[in-house]
Design a protein around this ligand. Structure first.
Ligand SMILES: Cc1cc2nc3c(=O)[nH]c(=O)nc-3n(C[C@H](O)[C@H](O)[C@H](O)COP(=O)(O)OP(=O)(O)OC[C@H]3O[C@@H](n4cnc5c(N)ncnc54)[C@H](O)[C@@H]3O)c2cc1C
Length: 337
C-alpha cells in the first residue's frame, strides 16, 4: 500500500483523539525543526504520558506504519521538498524527580533541565550537559556529552519499549554506550527509551555551579548561536584530520594557535571565530560552495544561511571525502518515509 493510503487507513487523528494524544497535521518542518529545514510532516504526535507513548508506538507497529521518534530535533537534518509521514515527539514527557537518591527523568525532559535538577539536588556529573539543547531519550541514543561529562557517566538503567510494544527495564551496560554512540545509534538495538534512571553522586553545590557557569560561558563564546545549526557535524575534529593529512595545513594551524595565544595575552582576548584558518583550509583543500555552509567559529558546525539542504549535504559529502571517513558523522540526515 502507498504511504498516503496507509495513513488514511490508519486514521491517526481518531486514534490519538480517543486516547488523549495531541496530533498536528501537515506540519511545515522548515518552521518546526531546530535547523529550520525540511518539507512537511503529515502528522506530528505529542503523547502526554509514557503510557500513551507506548500505546501509539504499539499501534503504529501493529498497523505497519513507519514513524520516527523525535525529541527537540537538534541533531536532525530534514531535507527540503521532502515529506515525512509520522513523527512522535517526546517533548511533553518531561518530568524529572529524585527517588531514593536517583534522578528519574522521562525521555522528553531536556538535558539542560536535567543538569539544573542535578545542581538543585547537589549531584555532580551532569555539569557538561547544561548547554546541550536535546532531550534525555535522544541524549542516551547518542551518549551526548560535553566538557568532560557524558550521559554514560551517570546512567544506571532505562525503561525501554521494544518494537513489539513490550516494556522492560534494561541496564545502561546493555545499551552499549560509547563516544557519541550506542547500540541504538548503530542500529543493533531497536526500540524507544521511555524513562531514564541516573545515579545521584553527591557533590559540592558551589563547585557544580561554578563548573556549569564556566561551561555556559565557553559554549556561548565558541559555538554559533546566530544561525540555526545542529552543534558538531562530526564526532571528532576535522581540523585534526586535515592537519595530519596536509603538512601545510598543519603548519598554518600551529601558526593560528600562536596568533590566538598572542591575542589572548597581549590584545583584548582570543578571537571567537576561526575565519582566518577556515579560509586557508577551504582554499588549500579545494572546498567549493556558493554560500558558506559552516560557522565562522568552526568548520565542524553546519549552519543554515538559507542555502538549502542540497547544498548542506554537498558540504557534508565534501568533508567526508576530505576526512576519509576517519570521523563519524554526528548529525543525522533524514530521508523521506
Ligand atoms: C547548538 C547545539 C549544541 C550542541 N551541543 C552538543 C554537545 O555539546 N554534545 C552533544 O553530545 N550534542 C550536542 N548537540 C547535538 C544534540 O543536541 C544532541 O545530539 C541531542 O542529544 C539531540 O537531542 P534531541 O532531543 O534534539 O534529539 P533529536 O534530534 O530529535 O533526535 C536524535 C536521535 O535520537 C533519537 N531519539 C530521540 N528520542 C528518542 C527516544 N526516546 N528513544 C530512542 N531514540 C530517540 C531520534 O530518533 C534520532 O535518531 C548540540 C546541538 C546543537 C543544536
Amino acid at each position: 500500500m502507498q504511504t498516503l493510503e496507509k495513513l488514511k487507513a490508519l486514521d491517526l487523528p481518531a486514534f490519538c483523539n480517543a486516547r488523549g494524544l495531541e496530533v498536528f497535521e501537515n506540519v511545515s518542518l522548515s518552521k518546526y525543526s531546530y535547523l529550520k529545514t525540511g518539507g512537511t510532516a503529515r502528522y506530528v504526535v505529542y503523547p502526554r504520558s509514557v503510557d500513551s507513548l507506548v500505546s501509539i508506538l504499539a499501534h503504529l507497529v501493529e498497523t505497519g506504519q513507519r514513524f520516527k521518534i523525535i525529541g527537540n530535533t537538534s541533531n536532525l537534518l530534514f531535507k527540503d521538498a521532502t515529506d515525512y509521514s509520522v513523527l512522535i515527539c517526546t517533548l511533553w514527557l518531561n518530568d524529572i524527580s529524585v527517588v531514593n537518591g536517583e534522578l528519574v527523568a522521562e525521555c522528553g525532559a531536556s538535558l539542560p533541565e536535567l543538569s539544573r535538577q542535578a545542581l538543585y539536588s547537589g549531584f555532580r556529573g551532569f555539569e557538561g550537559l547544561e548547554g546541550i539543547p536535546g532531550t534525555v531519550g535522544a541524549g542516551i541514543f547518542m551518549n551526548a556529552g560535553a566538557y568532560g561529562s557524558e550521559i554514560k557517566d551517570t546512567l544506571l538503567a532505562v525503561d525501554f519499549a521494544d518494537p513489539d510494544g513490550s516494556v522492560r527495564r534494561i541496564s545502561a551496560a546493555e545499551l552499549g554506550l560509547d563516544h557519541r554512540s550506542s547500540l541504538l545509534r548503530k542500529g543493533q538495538l531497536d526500540g524507544t527509551i521511555l524513562r531514564a534512571y541516573f545515579r545521584g553522586m553527591p557533590g559540592n553545590v558551589t563547585s557544580i555551579y561554578s563548573k556549569m557557569e564556566i561551561f555556559h560561558e565557553k559554549r556561548h563564546r565558541y559555538q554559533d548561536f546566530l544561525y540555526p545549526n545542529l552543534g558538531s557535524l562530526f564526532s571528532g575534529s576535522p581540523y585534526d584530520v586535515f592537519a595530519r593529512r596536509d603538512k601545510s595545513v598543519r603548519w598554518m594551524m600551529k601558526y593560528d594557535l600562536w596568533r590566538r595565544r598572542f591575542a589572548k595575552y597581549f590584545l583584548k582576548g582570543t578571537p571567537t571565530d576561526r575565519k582566518w584558518i577556515n579560509a586557508y583550509v577551504v582554499k588549500r583543500l579545494g572546498l567549493s560552495y556558493s554560500i558558506q555552509p559552516f560557522s565562522d567559529k568552526t568548520m565542524n558546525c553546519l549552519v543554515n544561511r538559507g542555502q538549502g539542504t542540497d547544498a548542506m549535504i554537498a558540504y557534508i559529502q565534501q568533508m567526508q571525502a576530505l576526512t576519509g571517513g576517519k570521523i563519524p558523522l554526528e548529525n543525522e540526515i533524514l530521508e523521506a518515509f
